[in-house]
Design a protein around this ligand. Structure first.
Ligand code: NDP
Length: 291
């Protein structure tokens, strides 16, 4: 078994972006990070994004509206950032409080600054294989992990568990694209799928984006398969200072014993998501400047 090291691959991408940004004349790219309230996971994600942006030389503008913000007020903030020529990318950290319609917020972000890749136009561009769009960061990160690990999907059976708009559906569309590195034969599974293990056992590349701790067990995996674990789950653990440990959607010990290649959690897909956000921000800067 070979471990796919997301930390290492993300660090290489970040170093490339840093060199690219250093060579840019004039104003540097800028990302606006909007975090509503202080959900602990969101606090740590936004901190990580702010830190990585600074490391690359991307300016970070942090907006921290209270959890009581109304949808109209949040729209007004997004409109202001959309109109601001000094802002290249906008990220609204999810999850948002229940009283806010998250998809409406994603749609409100200008498609030209949608570095999260969640608005309708950018999701559509993935389906159309239009490379001017922004690909959602986690799916883009998974594809980059595969490419930089020398895994070509052509002729492979790719099974995705999960059909969310932020991971499952877009990664399935990317794996399906008729282009180098992709060209996979793709099956998407979800909670309505019958006999899931019989399908996952056919996968040459298995992508688990379920949100259930250690759901994928060794009996669901074909020996030698590539296993990409997208899940980030907090499991209570009294031996940890935090009171919990992070684990993926894959039961790592059993599955790693039979997989050909596997991503760990943490240190697999997670760091790639942040790296791709930065890559999208530099792309937004270039595209918006040349528009
Ligand atoms: P969602 O909850 O939006 O989607 C989960 C998907 O899994 C749904 O399509 C659901 O099916 C499917 N599912 C749930 N239970 C089963 C089951 N028993 N059998 C088969 N399919 C099932 O989650 P996300 O896609 O947003 O996230 C998935 C995981 O990835 C989470 O752990 C999340 O924390 C993590 N994540 C990690 C990121 C990273 O940077 N590494 C970024 C984003 C997410 P149905 O549609 O039928 O309900």
């Amino acid at each position: 078994m070979e471990l796919i090291d997301g930390n290492l691959i993300a660090a290489a991408i970040i170093a490339e972006l840093k060199a690219e940004v250093a060579a840019l004349p004039g104003r540097k790219p800028c990302i606006a990070l909007v975090r509503v309230g202080d959900d602990p996971a969101s606090v740590s994600y936004v901190k990580k994004k702010e830190k990585t942006a600074a490391e690359i030389g991307i300016a970070g503008r942090i907006h921290l509206p209270p959890v009581t913000i109304t949808q109209a007020e949040l729209f007004a903030l997004i409109d202001q950032l959309n109109a601001d020529p000094g802002v290249d990318g906008i990220l609204v950290q999810s999850p948002l409080p229940k009283h806010i319609d998250e998809v409406a917020v994603f749609r409100r972000v200008s498609d030209k600054k949608d570095v999260d890749g969640f608005n309708t136009l950018n999701l559509g561009k993935v389906a159309q294989e239009d490379e001017t769009g922004f690909v959602a960061c986690t799916p883009a990160g998974i594809m980059a992990l595969l490419a930089r690990s020398g895994i070509d999907l052509k002729g492979k059976h790719v099974v995705v568990i999960g059909r969310s708009l932020i991971v499952g559906k877009p990664v399935a569309l990317l794996a399906l694209q008729k282009k180098a590195g992709a060209n996979g034969t793709v099956t998407i599974c979800h909670s309505g799928t019958s006999n899931l293990p019989a399908i996952t056992r056919q996968a040459d590349v298995l992508i688990a984006a379920i949100g259930r701790a250690e759901f994928v067990t060794a009996d669901m995996v074909k020996p030698g398969a590539v296993v990409i674990d997208v899940g980030i789950n907090r499991v209570p653990d009294a031996t940890k200072k935090t009171g919990y440990r992070l684990t993926g959607d894959v039961e790592f010990t059993g599955v790693s014993a039979i997989a050909g290649k596997i991503t760990p959690v943490p240190g697999g897909v997670g760091p790639m998501t942040v790296a791709m956000l930065m890559s999208n921000t530099v792309k937004a800067f270039r595209q918006n400047r040349s528009a």
